[in-house]
Design a protein around this ligand. Structure first.
Ligand code: URA
Length: 234
């Protein structure tokens, strides 16, 4: 994707094409050497000064968010805080979309991108992208049968499932006082409430849930709840 200068300015500054034309004609946009950029059709310029302030013009942006419990994976919601509020400070925020979703009660790794191809590459069932979840459980769970069929007929693809010591669990996982067991599960399928439903089918109950990896991305231990960090596209 190679965007024209006027398109880049519109996307990065949230301006209309008419406003961009006026800013260019008024000499408000300059290149790094200080020369005014007046031709909106210019391509290949990504570092500019706008009213004297340096600005990197992004064609796309990708980030990882440590979603806290209590935020819904949505751009807007009448009742609950939305995860989109947590990424408004990112470049191209108006164009960012979540890569899949986490339940309101799930914390951890939620990827965002402006690129629909990245969403597709990381979420399409045929891509079988692994996601890791860690769970605090109310009681031990049974070993899954060869084929686990949930109540709606969905058969999750479990790449691995193991109990872990609580001390090994990711800092982004809540530790409810009544948690008896901790577990790590890697899935290459994605379905509504999948992890919660899997543990229920195995005789346990999820008290807290956190996603720690999605494809090639892992949630850093030092990324605080509610914070985001830029990532390179996959
Ligand atoms: N499985 C769940 O049950 N919840 C999530 O948020 C993600 C996977």
């Amino acid at each position: 994707m190679t965007l024209r200068l006027d398109q880049l300015l519109a996307r990065n500054l949230g301006l209309s094409r008419r406003q961009v034309s006026a800013w260019l004609a008024g000499g408000r946009v300059k290149d790094r050497s200080g020369a005014a950029l007046e031709d909106g059709g210019t391509t290949g310029v990504h570092e500019v000064k706008v009213d004297g302030r340096p600005l990197v013009l992004r064609e796309a942006f990708h980030l990882m968010l440590n979603k806290p419990v209590g935020h819904v994976t949505a751009l807007r919601d009448a009742l609950h805080p939305v995860a989109a509020e947590l990424v408004v400070s990112a470049p191209l925020a108006a164009f960012l979309r979540p890569v899949g979703r986490l339940d309101m009660d799930t914390s951890g790794l939620l990827l965002w991108t402006t690129d629909g191809d990245v969403v597709h590459a990381l979420t399409h069932p045929r891509r079988t992208v692994p996601r890791t979840y860690e769970a605090a459980l109310a009681r031990p769970f049974a070993r899954p049968p060869e084929v686990l069929r949930l109540a709606d007929g969905h058969e999750p693809t479990i790449a691995s499932l193991a109990e872990i010591p609580g001390a090994e669990a990711h800092p982004a996982l809540a530790r409810p006082v009544d948690a008896q067991v901790f577990a790590r599960i890697v899935l290459v399928s994605g379905a509504y409430h999948e992890v919660r439903r899997i543990f229920a089918a195995l005789g346990s109950h999820v008290l807290a849930l956190c996603r720690t990896t999605h494809g090639p991305y892992a949630l850093p231990a030092d990324l605080a709840a509610g914070d985001w960090r830029e990532i390179a596209p996959p």
